[in-house]
Design a binder for this molecule. Structure first.
Ligand code: ZN
Ligand code: ZN
Length: 220
């Protein structure tokens, strides 16, 4: 994996929440997986780790209050906090999953138990709780996922292949952050299956009636 090919990154708000340990397990897994693939975000996360303790000590406030968020960003902007990134954890040649995901599923792609959910698309739910869920989605090349809006935040990390939606193109290592304001129809690029790791903190809102019924059954 050449980290320079990654064009879509995590937001500062997500990195800061990850550093503060306030993200649900589902989001932690996607963030940790992207970090292990991306030098740029790993360096940024290390800055938040370094600054986070200082801010907590100085203010005694929760990290994500608007005030301390702005203060933390300004601390980082003055660059005394620049931290060299740790080297990326090694992956075996030919592995599809980054190491945090390998640890989570106890293996690579071969360890996943897929369930077909229609249209050639398969999924594997890895974890769900009251806060958020995380799953793998496998979309054959050229196939579209039904267009949908989001009741909350959706984080999509590409592990194999690529997809395109109305907004941009996403290849291996790229992460798309979608929220309430956004509706999209992701389409897998021609060629090999597109495999994504997706965390959502609310059920997706499909535009059509049928997917909404199916949603109850397949839990996406
Ligand atoms: Zn990144
Ligand atoms: Zn979406």
């Amino acid at each position: 994996m050449n980290t320079k090919e990654i064009n879509h990154h995590l937001t500062d708000a997500l990195l800061m929440a990850y550093s503060a340990g306030t993200l649900p397990e589902a989001f932690n897994l996607v963030v940790a997986s992207h970090l292990s693939m991306c030098d740029e975000c790993r360096a940024r996360a290390a800055e938040f780790d370094a600054v986070g303790g200082e801010v907590m000590e100085a203010t005694g406030e929760a990290m994500l209050e608007a005030d301390s968020f702005a203060r933390t960003l300004s601390l980082i902007a003055n660059d005394d906090w620049a931290v060299a990134p740790e080297p990326a954890p090694a992956r075996e040649r030919g592995d599809v999953f980054p190491s945090p995901l390998q640890a989570y599923v106890n293996g690579d792609l071969g360890a996943v138990k897929w369930r077909k959910i229609g249209g050639g698309v398969s999924q594997a739910v890895l974890h769900f709780d009251d806060e958020a869920n995380v799953r793998l989605l496998k979309i054959p090349g050229g196939v579209a996922v039904p267009d949908h809006g989001h009741g909350g935040t959706e984080l999509t990390l590409v592990l194999q292949g690529a997809f395109r939606d109305e907004h941009d193109r996403f290849g291996v290592g790229d992460v798309e952050v979608a929220n309430e304001d956004m509706t999209h129809t992701p389409v897998a690029a021609e060629g090999e299956d597109c495999i994504c790791l997706i965390a959502t903190d609310a059920p997706l809102q499909f535009s059509g009636l049928l997917p909404r019924i199916a949603q109850k059954v397949i839990r996406i």
